[in-house]
Design a protein. Structure first.
Lengths: 252, 138
């Protein structure tokens, strides 16, 4: 047992490659046999990942899902921000400038529209749940933008620990729902070309949600959605503690 | 050499991240503003420019393609390290706020896409030209 632990921990990233590889093989097998290709294999793999993260978090009490399980620590490195960003940038290889230019203006519009709409929805729901102070309303609204914008805004304007935690949770729910929901609604919302993918990335904003959601829908759309999504959190952090907080303070 | 492509990819990411971080400082926000997006633009520019041809073709190009293909496995690992427990334990307010934000945003995708689709810009580009080079996007 100790030998296994030593080898697994010392080679944790390699173990992660193997575990993820087996998971994806299993997912594609299931997608093919059980759903006859109707559900994309990567959608099943991502759902399995989230499920494993839930049980990992329950078992260990940690905050990084399956990566807190000692033998599977490499999942944390493989799925961390550094590798994610590296692979996302690599997907831009082969993208054509003309496609980007086509959606240029509407792509930028979608980023601002996305931040505003998610913020307003979050703020209204905070109001409905009985929050009346502008600091809490702004922080929860910012959490509905992304789980990074929530705490950045909350800390900047002095929100309580509990409200900041709530804003992170709202952002996490959003991110997970985008991962699972995107392939299901893709057809309905016309998500089948580079332009709509850029609009989609700008409106949703959660980089992990958009990245996984598009991967499960059509991997060719990933670079377009990711391109706009990566600006979203920055814009959210810019507007949250400043203009949006001022507007909420004036209204409440 | 495969490593040339990987190095080009890395250089794009580092440069983009530096610019995104600097943009964050200039705008006085505690976040990297679009670092990854800027890095992607660099890679698109490099892969479309004749100057970088030797770094994006042949073996060098497969160094970039490898990481592009590792994207879905990395996303699966990313899903497995999310704090799913915290998302559920945030209570109903967090769930309702998250779900409502997603539904409204989903609904806006076709609205904004149509705005862009009927614009004068899309008519300028000839579609036949993009079709011919489409296979590069895989």
């Amino acid at each position: 047992m100790e030998i296994i632990q030593t080898v697994f921990v010392r080679n944790n990233l390699i173990v992660a490659f193997a575990v993820v590889g087996v998971t994806i093989w299993f997912s594609y097998f299931m997608a093919d046999k059980l759903t006859k290709g109707r559900i994309h294999g990567s959608a099943i793999a991502i759902a399995l990942g989230l499920l494993a993260a839930y049980f990992g978090g329950r078992a260990t009490g940690g905050s990084t899902g399956l990566a807190d399980v000692t033998l599977l620590g490499g999942i944390g490195l493989m799925g961390g921000g550094m590798m994610r960003d590296f692979a996302i940038v690599a997907t831009a290889f082969g993208v054509h400038l003309s496609e980007l230019k086509k959606a240029g203006v509407v792509g930028v519009v979608s980023i601002f529209a996305g931040v505003l709409v998610s913020f307003i929805v979050g703020a209204v729901i905070a109001l409905l749940y009985g929050y009346t102070d502008p600091i809490s309303i702004t922080t929860i609204g910012a959490g509905a933008v992304t789980y990074i914008v929530g705490p950045v805004t909350g800390e900047a304007i002095g929100a309580s620990e509990a409200v900041i935690a709530l804003s992170v949770a709202a952002g996490l729910v959003k991110s997970i729902l985008v991962m699972i929901g995107t392939p299901l609604v893709a057809k309905t919302i016309g998500l089948d070309n580079p332009q709509s993918a850029m609009v989609f990335g700008g409106l949703m904003g959660t980089t992990s949600g958009v990245a996984a959601g598009l991967a499960a829908t059509d991997p060719k759309l990933v670079p377009y959605g990711a391109m706009t999504a990566t600006f979203y959190t920055g814009v959210g952090c810019l507007l949250g503690p400043s203009i949006l907080f001022i507007i909420v303070s004036a209204m409440v | 050499m495969i490593v040339y492509g990987v190095a080009l990819l890395s250089a794009c990411l580092v440069l983009g991240m530096l610019l995104g971080e600097a943009l964050g400082v200039v705008l006085n926000v505690e976040a990297n503003v679009g670092g990854v997006g800027i890095a992607m633009l660099f890679l698109v520019l490099a892969s479309n420019s004749p100057r970088f041809k030797s770094l994006v073709e042949g073996a060098s190009g497969s160094g970039i393609k490898f990481w592009s293909a590792m994207y879905i496995p990395i996303v699966v690992a990313m899903a497995a390290r999310q704090n799913v427990v915290a998302a559920f334990e945030g209570g109903m307010l967090a769930v309702v706020a998250g779900v409502a934000a997603v539904i409204v945003s989903f609904a806006l995708v076709p609205v904004l896409s149509k705005m862009g689709g009927s614009g004068p810009q899309s008519a300028e580009d000839s579609d036949s030209k993009t079709d011919a080079t489409e296979q590069g996007a895989v």
